[in-house]
Design a protein around this ligand. Structure first.
Ligand SMILES: [Zn+2]
Length: 207
């Protein structure tokens, strides 16, 4: 699964659960970021091929680091309302979030802090789950996901869908365009998108 699909999985999950109605657009942004979070270990490429070989799909792709980083970052983002601050620092002409929506700041009670942490955890773990399924490529070996690292280097893989398969991308992109067109039906469209992706995964498992 490419980073775009990981992000959309998180975003659609939050929208399908209607979390935006209770916790604002910020929690949807967080779900998308958290769903891509384990891929931070790909940045090891900046330190050379050796570091990338050792770190990518290892250091961030395990239950311990993915879970902890998502919970801590979720709590920090909620407490300091960082998404709203980032949005406010962007030019007001940027069309992603309207001025009126900006008035909805995150009020980070203990309850919402817990929700932010749990959303982060679920989204980060969705990334690991998808990488287990999308774990092979054309002319490439199967990529194991070392879920129990650093306690065990043994990886898990269930090669179901080829990395870069265009079908999930098309489903997510169609859902995104439909949501932009029919904003009132956002929740339903997000849910249908997730069902369509799940159905494609299920069909791929059988073939
Ligand atoms: Zn990954």
């Amino acid at each position: 699964m490419t980073i775009y699909e990981h992000i959309m999985l998180g975003v659609d999950g939050a929208l399908a659960l209607a979390l935006h109605r209770r916790f604002g657009w910020q929690i949807v942004a967080w779900a998308g970021c958290a769903a891509a979070l384990p891929d931070w270990d790909g940045l090891t490429l900046l330190f050379g091929v050796k570091a990338y070989d050792a770190g990518h799909r290892v250091w961030g792709h395990n239950l311990l680091v993915a879970g902890l980083s998502a919970v801590i970052l979720g709590a920090v983002l909620c407490h300091w309302d960082l998404f709203t601050r980032i949005r406010e620092a962007l030019p007001s002409s940027w069309g992603g979030v309207g001025r009126r929506t900006l008035e909805n700041r995150v009020r980070c009670s203990w309850g919402s802090l817990l929700v932010w942490a749990l959303v982060g955890l679920a989204a980060a773990y969705s990334h690991l789950g998808m990488d287990v399924l999308f774990s092979y490529g054309r002319n490439l070996p199967v990529w194991d996901v070392p879920l129990l690292w650093p306690f065990s280097a043994r990886g898990l893989a269930h090669p179901t869908i080829r990395w870069g398969d265009p079908v999930p991308t098309i489903i997510f992109a169609s859902g995104m365009l439909a949501m932009a067109r029919w904003r009132r039906a956002t929740r339903g469209i997000a849910a249908v998108t997730l069902v369509a992706v799940a159905a494609y995964v299920a069909v791929s498992m059988r073939t």
